[in-house]
Design a protein around this ligand. Structure first.
Ligand code: GRF
Length: 199
């Protein structure tokens, strides 16, 4: 597994605690997630957006994407999991890792796509929201859904409390979904005699 982070990295931490085999962590900016990965002895790589034009109109998305693809290729991961990753890649990365890139999003997609899903759910006075683990595609937040978890919104909650409640679900749902995918991949990759069936 490769895991991509931009922030706290609490979902990355949960993956490692749940036994997800994380071989590489990549961050697009200095953040707690990459520091935690280094401290945990993981192969940790910073491909800093600041070196590619930052967050303004000068951001060189194509070159940044190419550099991230090169870093991921160091481990040739079975799956690439975005866990709070804050950059949209250029389409080229999907030529290399398409069908193997996952994301977790803090809403019940297709409801509330985009960067402010938690705030949008509150503003819409939704009663229930949650999280969605899905395949990442060239278009943000629309890839095939793999799993979802619901959170009933306590009307007293603000954005931070609701996001934390959602992340509590993400920290179990995302590792469980990944482990199921890896087990399925392992079964398909295993040579015939090791599948447990008749020879
Ligand atoms: C998660 O809620 C994820 O869905 C969103 O960012 C959050 C990441 O949290 N895109 P953390 O950095 O793993 O704590």
């Amino acid at each position: 597994m490769a895991v991509l982070v931009s922030g706290q990295g609490s979902i990355l931490e949960a993956m490692v605690a749940e036994g997800v085999p994380v071989a590489l962590v990549l961050a697009d900016r200095p953040c707690r997630g990459i520091e935690w990965a280094k401290g945990a002895g993981l192969s940790a790589h910073l491909v800093d957006r600041a070196d590619f034009g930052g967050f303004g109109p000068d951001f060189d998305r194509d070159t940044f994407t190419t550099r991230c693809t090169e870093v991921l290729e160091l481990e040739d991961p079975t799956l690439v999991a975005m866990a709070g990753f804050g950059t949209i890649f250029s389409p080229s990365i999907f030529e290399r890792f398409g069908g193997r890139m996952l994301n977790t999003h803090p809403s019940l997609l297709p409801a509330f796509p985009g960067w402010h899903a938690v705030r949008d759910a509150l503003e819409a006075k939704a009663v229930v929201t949650g999280c969605t683990v899905h395949l990442a595609t060239e278009v943000m937040d629309v890839g095939p859904i793999l799993s979802q978890g619901e959170v009933v919104i306590d009307p007293r909650w603000g954005e931070a409390e609701l996001h934390e409640a959602i992340k509590t679900i993400e920290r179990s749902l995302y590792p469980a979904t990944i482990k199921a995918l890896l087990a399925d991949h392992g079964r398909r990759e295993a040579p015939r005699g090791e599948r447990g069936g008749a020879t």
